[in-house]
Design a protein around this ligand. Structure first.
Ligand code: NAD
Length: 336
């Protein structure tokens, strides 16, 4: 049988990107919904054929324990709610898929990992780019030295934040652009090198008179040093549009722009003085279905997801160091 998912939080990402893509899955299916809004449970319940017995409110949430159709709980709530719902899902004996950022602190990430370990359930973070063919190719090319050993990575992610949303409210978001979109620059620098940074220097620029940025940061730049000597220069912004990275080796570069959107990645490669676009055939399964099926296959085969809780924790360790570096205006060493 296919692995059954319950979606927790019927917001924009869950309803527009995740739920429609179960249709492209081979091993996963949508079986339950959790929301605080009865009208959404009715609307999406009807649209996806989810029986009333498989629709839950937040107050009801822990009753998922008694529903054997639910194998995985996918947490798609505001960031500061990730830890609580992931831990409650594990305590109900369910596997956990949790959106990025994994949580809002290293301590919360560690608690989530501990809860899943204790319950004997799997924990995977929604790093969808790891299931996207261009990003997979970029990883392979970068790590195999296609343009020579990597010396430098540049990565930029940002968008102009719309006012009046939880993303701009620190108690719900845990932070500003870095938590939400800059994490793509950080995660890419880590997956393109296959290394964890040893130190970071960060500079934050936020106009606190802008009503959007009363409690969270706008722009934050960070320079990561990796053990092999690779340096990554990263940008995160809530007031300008960016989506790209470039891996620069001794013989050229691998460029991705856009690098991590929902679709439409573009790659070009410069090697020995010649620049060529690189196109891949259309994938049979998109990154969303790929991600949902991966967790399902890991559950069936008893293997560990390629983006487990430890991956979210590794990013959060760096995020905390980036914030500390910006606040203290100095390079911060990152403990493993
Ligand atoms: P959203 O605002 O569209 O949805 C959030 C949902 O949480 C809403 O349905 C809202 O009703 C519900 N909610 C429950 N309690 C809430 C509270 N106290 N305050 C506010 N909302 C509450 O947000 P979204 O864009 O869907 O983001 C949800 C999560 O998904 C975030 O963690 C975000 O980082 C992540 N996300 C990931 C991607 C990706 O590409 N992987 C893209 C978008 C969002």
């Amino acid at each position: 049988r296919r692995i059954g998912y319950a979606i927790v939080g019927l917001g924009s990402y869950a309803t527009r990107q995740i739920m429609p893509n179960f249709a492209g899955c081979e091993h996963a299916r949508l079986v339950a919904l959790v929301s605080g809004t009865p009208a959404k449970l009715d609307q999406y319940g009807a649209q996806y054929g989810i029986a009333a017995t498989h629709r839950y409110s937040y107050a009801d949430f822990d009753r998922i324990r008694d529903n054997p159709d639910i194998d995985v709980v996918y947490v798609v709530l505001p960031n500061s709610m990730h830890a609580e719902y992931s831990i409650r899902a594990a305590q109900a004996g369910k596997h956990v898929m949790c959106e990025k950022p994994m949580a809002v602190s290293v301590a919360e990430c560690e608690a989530m990992i501990a809860a899943c370990r204790k319950a004997g359930t799997k924990l995977m973070i929604g790093y969808r780019s790891r299931f996207e063919p261009y990003n997979r190719l970029a990883i392979e090319l970068a790590r195999s030295g296609h343009v020579g050993p990597t010396r430098l990575i540049t990565a930029e992610h940002g968008f102009p934040a719309r006012p009046g949303q939880w993303r701009l409210d620190r108690p719900l978001s845990g932070g500003g652009s870095l938590m939400d979109i800059g994490i793509y620059s950080l995660n890419a620098a880590r997956y393109l090198t296959g290394e964890d940074p040893v130190s970071v220097s960060a500079v934050e620029t936020t106009d606190r008179s802008d009503p959007r940025f009363k409690t969270v940061e706008d722009r934050i730049g960070f320079l990561l040093r990796f053990p092999s000597g690779i340096v990554a220069n990263c940008i995160s912004s809530y007031s300008s549009s960016h989506n790209g990275y470039r891996v620069i080796g001794t013989q050229g570069w691998i460029d991705m722009e856009p690098a991590t959107p929902y679709e439409g990645q573009r790659m070009s490669i410069r090697k020995d003085g010649v620049t060529t676009p690189r196109t891949l055939p259309a994938a049979a399964k998109n990154q969303f279905a790929g991600q949902l099926d991966h967790m399902a296959e890991c559950i069936v085969s008893g293997t560990t997801p390629i983006v487990p809780g430890e991956e979210g924790l590794a990013d959060m360790r760096v995020i905390e160091a980036i914030y500390r570096s910006a606040a203290e205006r100095r390079e911060v060493v990152i403990r493993a």
